[in-house]
Design a protein around this ligand. Structure first.
Ligand code: SF4
Ligand code: SF4
Ligand code: SF4
Length: 302
């Protein structure tokens, strides 16, 4: 229970990471997520990165970017980054989740309950880091939970446990911030002028902090990320419909998004609906029909 009731964080130190990808393997193993195992089954990404992106069965990807160093004896620097959920304080995914599957815990972790997910994919649109991913096999979303099940038992996350050079640390958030600041000061003294600690204030404060040796742009991280504007739209729609329940808002949003032809890069609402169970589709259709009926009644002044 050691990590259940205090604000916690993971600290990733890019300057200690060797790019071994042991953390990726540990994540798959602990969370029992399948991988492609055949020879050359994964697409070549042009770098050491593999797989190329997060996915429905992949919660963590180490990213590899080559940067010129300006040093003739060691001409390339690797910017090795870490893509996974960052467990935002102002978590857009939680604010927009239509089923309560995504929850913010007291210790700062954004947990995910697969059994509650209805596959609506709104969380994908709300996340500025493009983290939650759709899983074709069961029509649901998946993302890192910071190994909440391990934290409940007083254990650190599986990826942290396996990291040999201690590029990953875990503990009280304030301690992780202090350690991150110490490392950044050290790196700056060594000549890495752009070194920074990312996540102290972004999205209200992240619970995965990162010491980034070459500055956040080199790792593809956004400057001053913000939750997607769609959350405001969804929250505005609740009082308008006066129906108030998250489920009904979900139904309304499905029809709204379909009507305006909303489409995300990887999966549209209509594509997601194909993976819903007949019960889920019927429920959404009932909610939209009920909403339209009430709106008609309101127009007639009933
Ligand atoms: S296990 Fe540690 S050193 Fe290896 S890739 Fe992950 S963070 Fe980097
Ligand atoms: S990184 Fe994205 S998925 Fe993770 S808590 Fe923040 S908004 Fe949610
Ligand atoms: S905290 Fe757990 S779920 Fe998240 S990336 Fe690490 S091993 Fe995977």
């Amino acid at each position: 229970m050691a990590y259940k009731n205090q604000e916690v964080a993971m600290l990733f130190d890019s300057s200690h990471c060797t790019g071994c990808k042991g953390c990726q393997v540990a994540c798959k193993q602990w969370n029992m997520l399948p991988s492609k195992l055949g020879l050359n089954e994964n697409e070549f990404t042009g770098s050491l990165q593999g797989p190329g992106d997060l996915g429905g069965d992949t919660r963590l990807v180490m990213t590899f970017d080559e940067k010129p160093s300006g040093n003739k004896y060691q001409p390339i620097h690797w910017a090795i980054g870490r893509r996974s959920c960052y467990h935002c304080t102002d978590a857009g995914c939680v604010a927009i989740c239509s089923s309560g599957a995504l929850q913010k815990q007291e210790n700062g972790v954004v947990t995910f309950d697969t059994n509650k997910c209805n596959g609506c994919t709104y969380c994908q649109s709300a996340c500025p880091f493009d983290v939650p991913r759709f899983r074709d096999t069961d029509g649901r979303i998946d993302k890192c939970t910071l190994c909440f099940d391990r934290l409940e038992e007083g254990e650190v996350p599986a990826c942290v446990k396996t990291c040999q050079p201690e590029a990953l640390k875990f503990g009280k958030r304030e301690d992780m911030i202090a350690e991150g600041e110490r490392r950044v000061a050290f790196l700056k003294k060594k000549g890495f002028d752009k070194a920074e600690l990312y996540g102290v204030t972004e999205m209200g404060g992240l619970h995965v902090l990162q010491v980034l040796k070459f500055g956040h742009e080199a790792y593809g991280l956004p400057t001053n990320p913000k939750p997607n504007d769609m959350i405001k739209l969804m929250n505005t729609m609740k009082p308008v419909t006066a129906l108030g329940t998250a489920a009904v808002v979900a139904g309304l949003a499905v029809s709204f998004l379909a009507a305006v032809g909303y489409r995300r890069e990887e999966v549209s609402i209509e594509e997601a609906k194909k993976h819903w169970t007949p019960e889920q589709r019927a429920k959404a259709d009932r909610e939209v029909a009920e909403l339209l009926k009430k709106e008609e009644a309101a127009k007639r002044g009933e």
